[in-house]
Design a binder for this molecule. Structure first.
Ligand code: 8X3
Length: 266
């Protein structure tokens, strides 16, 4: 080998970051970003085909990535996720609880109980299941971080949003309580609360595939946040020196001064 050839380490053991809901939107953008920050990213979501494509893309760019198809509402899937992570080389230093979502924008008077139950299960119990499953590994790393992807709906309510806001308020309660309970142990708890983020799926899912209603959410808004903006916030929080705990980060686009104060040019 010529003297000037780059020498690749025999083993390149990187810290492991587990990202849920990683098949699209904020989760996928976060995986891409964290891979550039030298994390081995474990991407978890239900859609195996999308995860496989993401892993291929990250590896092609020189990153380390592993796909583990998993539904955070399934205890068995979450146990299998933790077992798959335990097989990998490297310390598990970061968990990004990103899986979540909203269903419907109906007033309480006519809201679907099933929609509320789904939102609680995926946003709150999903975060609980995955966090419980990975806490031992995060603890053992000696420098763990749990990120909880909340929402500005976890700080305030709005008409039609009670089911989603209730779930996001509950996630905030989980994050805050976890930080108290982990006091003295080497695990940070970071809550990130985005406002208006335009992703391919969030509003489409909320409105059951109704493209017009989904597009109306962002109508006339100059620059809603995009998934990469939130990935940037997550990466920044996760790469601070470990004694620096960003408790809560509230992030809105410039055009959204407050939940109900959105500047639109129509
Ligand atoms: C998304 C923010 O305003 O749709 O988490 O509730 S909002």
């Amino acid at each position: 080998m010529p003297a000037h050839s780059p020498v690749r380490a025999e083993t390149d053991v990187r810290p492991i970051a587990v990202i849920t809901g990683a098949s699209s939107g904020i989760g996928a953008a976060t995986a891409r970003r964290l891979a550039t920050e030298r994390f081995h990213v474990v991407v978890a979501a239900r859609r195996a085909d999308r995860l496989a494509a993401l892993v291929q893309e990250i590896r092609a760019g020189g990153g380390q990535a592993t796909a583990v198809p998993a539904d955070v509402t399934s205890a068995d899937d979450v146990a299998a996720l933790a077992a798959a992570v335990a097989e990998l080389d490297g310390d598990v230093t970061l968990l990004v609880n990103n899986a979540g979502g909203a269903l419907g924008l109906d007033p309480i008077e006519s809201a679907s109980v099933e929609d509320w139950q789904w939102m609680y299960d995926v946003n709150v119990a999903g975060t609980l299941r995955v966090t419980q499953a990975l806490l031992p590994a995060l603890d053992a790393s000696g420098a763990g971080t749990v990120v909880v992807l909340g929402s500005t709906a976890g700080l305030i309510v709005y008409e039609g949003g009670a089911g989603y806001a209730a779930a996001k308020h509950a996630q905030a309660a989980l994050a805050e309580t976890l930080r108290l309970e982990l006091s003295g142990r080497p695990i940070r708890v970071v809550e990130i609360d985005p406002g208006m983020v335009r992703t391919d799926e969030f509003s489409l899912k909320r409105f059951d595939g109704d493209e017009q209603r989904a597009a109306a959410v962002y109508a006339g808004v100059a620059n809603p946040l995009v998934a990469e903006d939130i990935a940037d916030c997550i990466a920044w929080c996760a790469t601070r020196p470990h004694h620096v705990n960003i408790d809560r980060m509230i992030v809105r686009p410039l055009a959204q001064a407050a939940q109900h104060k959105v500047h639109r040019v129509l």
